[in-house]
Design a protein around this ligand. Structure first.
Ligand SMILES: *[C@@H]1O[C@H](CO)[C@@H](O)[C@H](O)[C@H]1NC(C)=O
Ligand SMILES: *[C@@H]1O[C@H](CO)[C@@H](O)[C@H](O)[C@H]1NC(C)=O
Ligand SMILES: *[C@@H]1O[C@H](CO)[C@@H](O)[C@H](O)[C@H]1NC(C)=O
Ligand SMILES: *[C@@H]1O[C@H](CO)[C@@H](O)[C@H](O)[C@H]1NC(C)=O
Ligand SMILES: *[C@@H]1O[C@H](CO)[C@@H](O)[C@H](O)[C@H]1NC(C)=O
Ligand SMILES: *[C@@H]1O[C@H](CO)[C@@H](O)[C@H](O)[C@H]1NC(C)=O
Ligand SMILES: *[C@@H]1O[C@H](CO)[C@@H](O)[C@H](O)[C@H]1NC(C)=O
Ligand SMILES: *[C@@H]1O[C@H](CO)[C@@H](O)[C@H](O)[C@H]1NC(C)=O
Ligand SMILES: *[C@@H]1O[C@H](CO)[C@@H](O)[C@H](O)[C@H]1NC(C)=O
Ligand SMILES: *[C@@H]1O[C@H](CO)[C@@H](O)[C@H](O)[C@H]1NC(C)=O
Ligand SMILES: *[C@@H]1O[C@H](CO)[C@@H](O)[C@H](O)[C@H]1NC(C)=O
Ligand SMILES: *[C@@H]1O[C@H](CO)[C@@H](O)[C@H](O)[C@H]1NC(C)=O
Length: 441
């Protein structure tokens, strides 16, 4: 602490609050250092640093220090800026503040604590940077419920191009850990996220990352523990690539939900996830669309259905499942509840050219997957190559029925030989087959 204080004192002429800047390099020190260690809001200093050094500069959250973030941050319009986070940023637990101040991100009425964006920007943690969302407060306050308006996404990369986020840790995220929206060429590598509840309240909606209206987004070497999707590809995502990813809990790698609103079609194409380990996931390699007609209210705070679009050229390969509830799943009525099951056949979102390759390991029950394409848009080009999933019981040598691959409305699902889809289709995938199973079928 002494050397940091000395540095502050030495730099006083050019220091603004607790930002020391020489030229366009800004170094942020926490207010608590000169406030008897009392936690003090560092948001003004951080924002000041972005003001001073956000264009053709660098911002360093100085090493080993603890920064208290009590307010929303909007640091957009950065250019050629390197952000180094060498300490911990901890978000406050003032729930009423966040509920009324989180910044909107447009998608599904969600909002964020930090709206971040620009061109040619890096955020590097050098394995020291930590985003601490203090999420326990949210998990308790929210008590296992889903989307709560105002519950903030930790950081949103918005309207950006050429962004690298590297060697950062997130712990107990408030809501989604990260969101990439309206951006291109975003890479997030060497990422560690762990949202685990300290009590019996679930961490619901602590997704690792979601992409939306973005292209050329890559994820390398992630380890995620969380209460929702690991990395989720939402509407209008193109060229998404994920490699070497381990997820504990989570819903692994879904495409969707897409097709929520008739006025905004969703297009998803060219997605590849490879080399992943999924432990205790709900699902691994899956696609979820809204139904085509009969508006559903079941998707949390937002109703929907009736949207169009497509999901095409998606591959999941080299995935090891450990006790995954239902590894492969395609539904075209994800939020249907209470309506006639036939609404599952009304979606006009066209799913095509999807590959599941080298998908192995264990399913919790005797269902490897259920694929129910909408009867209104049967799915062509579905390929299953070296898909071999064993139920947990069978893997322990217990007597179990043969593993089930349930199919409906897959183009050519009964073809054999060279034209076979690659799975036996040894059962019918009912309308509205559950996403999470509770028993053998
Ligand atoms: C700013 O000061 C730091 C030391 O605090 C030094 O490493 C860096 O090179 C300096 N940058 C410029 C542009 O002078
Ligand atoms: C963020 O700041 C930019 C630039 O000042 C502004 O245009 C934009 O409206 C702000 N966004 C939000 C959600 O407040
Ligand atoms: C971003 O970097 C590229 C390549 O280095 C450069 O051509 C471009 O001008 C930069 N953009 C801005 C806004 O500085
Ligand atoms: C994409 O972003 C990276 C930084 O992550 C940058 O090095 C690269 O030049 C960018 N690519 C293009 C085509 O701008
Ligand atoms: C992969 O990411 C983890 C953090 O989850 C990090 O500790 C490890 O060094 C990274 N591996 C490589 C090869 O960079
Ligand atoms: C995540 O945090 C929980 C609780 O602190 C801990 O038990 C668990 O081992 C952590 N997960 C990983 C992958 O480190
Ligand atoms: C959830 O959080 C509430 C509020 O803090 C607490 O009273 C309750 O005991 C927690 N529930 C469980 C199951 O831990
Ligand atoms: C792949 O992931 C594992 C487990 O997280 C990590 O230890 C390893 O460093 C990663 N390898 C690369 C090349 O990133
Ligand atoms: C997706 O992009 C198309 C334009 O290509 C646009 O019309 C549509 O509204 C976008 N969908 C969403 C959900 O943003
Ligand atoms: C399909 O996606 C892969 C991986 O993302 C990409 O390499 C390939 O070019 C795409 N194919 C077509 C026809 O666009
Ligand atoms: C199948 O996936 C596993 C796990 O990622 C990998 O170790 C193995 O090499 C893959 N097999 C082939 C033939 O690629
Ligand atoms: C499928 O996996 C099981 C369990 O690992 C193994 O015993 C079996 O030989 C595999 N089948 C094929 C066709 O590879």
């Amino acid at each position: 602490m002494f050397s940091a204080l000395w540095l502050l004192a030495a730099a006083v002429p050019s220091a603004v609050a607790y930002v020391v800047n020489n030229g366009t390099d800004c170094y942020v020190y926490p207010e608590s250092l000169v406030n008897d260690g009392e936690p003090t809001d560092d948001t003004p200093s951080v924002l000041q640093a972005f003001q001073l050094c956000g264009v053709n500069g660098s911002i360093t959250m100085t090493e080993g220090n603890h920064f208290y973030i009590d307010q929303v941050m909007n640091t957009t319009n950065l250019e050629n800026c390197n952000v180094n986070i060498l300490g911990e940023m901890e978000w406050s637990t003032d729930v009423p503040y966040w509920l009324s101040h989180s910044l909107p991100v447009v998608y599904a009425n969600l909002s964020t604590a930090w709206l971040f964006g620009g061109t040619n920007v890096t955020i590097r943690g050098y394995s020291k940077g930590l985003f601490n969302g203090n999420g326990q407060t949210w998990y308790d306050e929210n008590m296992g419920q889903g989307n709560q308006p105002g519950r903030p996404i930790a950081i949103t990369i918005y309207n950006s191009s050429n962004v690298l986020v590297d060697s950062m840790t997130w712990t107990q995220s408030q809501f989604w850990n990260s969101f990439v929206s309206h951006s291109s060429n975003v890479t997030m590598s060497n990422i560690f996220m762990n949202s685990t509840s300290d009590d019996g309240n679930d961490t619901v909606n602590t997704d690792g990352c979601d992409t939306w209206n973005s292209r050329d987004v890559s994820f390398y070497n992630w380890t995620v523990t969380g209460g929702d999707d690991c990395i989720s590809v939402k509407g209008n995502s193109t060229n998404v690539y994920g490699r070497n990813i381990t997820c504990y809990g989570t819903g692994a790698f879904p495409i969707g939900s897409v097709g929520q609103f008739p006025e905004t079609p969703d297009y998803v194409e060219n997605v590849l996830f490879e080399d992943a380990l999924l432990v205790d996931a709900s699902n691994t390699a899956w696609i979820k669309t809204w139904q085509g007609s009969g508006e559903s209210n079941a998707g949390g705070s937002d109703a929907g259905g009736g949207g169009s679009g497509y999901v095409r050229n998606v591959t999941w390969r080299n995935m090891v499942n450990v006790n995954v509830n239902q590894p492969i799943y395609v539904t075209q009525c994800i939020y249907n509840s209470g309506e006639a099951d036939s609404v599952c056949d009304t979606s006009t979102v066209q799913i095509s050219d999807i590959t599941w390759q080298n998908i192995t390991g264990t399913s919790r029950y005797d269902v490897a997957g259920s694929i129910h394409c909408s009867a209104s848009r049967p799915c062509p080009g579905l390929k299953f190559i070296d898909v071999n999933i064993t139920s947990v019981n069978a893997s322990m040598g217990l007597p179990t029925p043969p593993e089930l691959y349930l199919c409906a409305n897959i183009v050519g699902q009964n073809a054999t030989g060279a034209n076979s889809t690659g799975i036996p289709c040894n059962g019918f995938a009912p309308n509205n087959f559950p996403q999470q199973l509770t028993m053998n079928y």
